[in-house]
Design a protein. Structure first.
Length: 208
C-alpha cells in the first residue's frame, strides 16, 4: 500500500467509532475482568503512547521499547514509546515528546493519524491514550539508556498471524496470572501493550 493511501485509510478509520473493548479484550490478562476499560480512578495519571508506522522494504513496522529492569513502573516490559502527560501538553504533544526522548525520533516528519481507545492501567494507576502516527523514512533510533534497553521493530502483519499468538503465565508475578501474548523474535508482548496492538490489528484487518 502506498504511503498516501495508508495515511488516508488510517485517518479515515480512526475518525470513526473504534473497536475498543471488543478488540482489546482478546489480549487482556486473565482475571482482569474488563477493568482496563473501566473509567480511570479520580487520581489516575494521564499518559500517552505512540504507535509509529514506518516502511521498511515491503513491510510496515512499528517500534516497541524494552524497558530496563530497574524502573519502578512496568520494569522489563515491552511497551509502545510514551509516558506521563505534563500539565502544559496535549495528548499528541506528550506522545511526540516521549518518542523523541526515548528513541530519538524528532516530531518533524511524523504525521499524526488519530487515536486508539484509552486504556486504564489500574495496577500503576495510569490512564493511557494511544496515538497513531506515520513516518515515511525508516527511523535511525537513538536510545535513552535510562528508559530503553532495546527497540523491537515489529512488522504490522505479524499482528494478524495466528502463529504469533500464545497464552502463558506472566513471569515475575507473586500471584500466578496468565495472559495472551504476541511473540516476535523470542520476545513476548503482554498486557496493556498487547491489548493496544490488538485494537491496531483489528483496524488493520479492516483496512489493510
Amino acid at each position: 500500500m502506498r504511503p498516501e493511501m495508508f495515511i488516508e485509510r488510517w485517518r479515515t478509520r480512526l475518525a470513526q467509532p473504534l473497536p475498543g473493548r471488543a478488540a482489546q479484550s482478546r489480549m487482556a490478562p486473565d482475571l482482569s475482568y474488563g477493568r482496563h476499560s473501566d473509567p480511570p480512578a479520580w487520581n489516575a495519571r494521564p499518559a500517552a503512547v505512540l504507535a509509529l508506522f514506518y516502511r521498511q522494504g515491503n513491510q510496515w513496522r512499528l517500534p516497541l521499547t524494552v524497558r530496563p529492569a530497574h524502573l519502578s513502573a512496568h520494569a522489563g516490559q515491552i511497551c509502545l514509546p510514551g509516558g506521563a502527560i505534563q500539565e502544559d501538553e496535549s495528548i499528541e504533544q506528550a506522545a511526540l515528546r516521549e518518542l523523541q526522548e526515548e528513541i530519538g525520533i524528532a516530531p518533524e516528519g511524523v504525521q499524526l493519524l488519530g487515536r486508539l481507545s484509552p486504556i486504564n492501567l489500574f495496577v500503576s494507576n495510569f490512564s493511557v491514550t494511544p496515538c497513531v502516527a506515520m513516518t515515511e523514512a525508516a527511523p535511525q533510533f537513538v536510545l535513552e539508556p535510562g528508559e530503553v534497553n532495546e527497540v523491537i521493530e515489529l512488522p504490522l502483519e505479524r499482528l494478524l498471524d495466528p502463529a504469533a499468538r500464545g497464552h502463558d503465565r506472566i513471569p515475575g508475578r507473586a500471584i500466578p496470572l496468565s495472559a495472551p501474548f504476541y511473540e516476535y523474535q523470542g520476545h513476548r508482548i503482554w498486557g496493556a501493550t498487547a491489548m493496544m496492538l490488538s485494537e491496531l490489528a483489528a483496524i488493520w484487518h479492516e483496512i489493510g
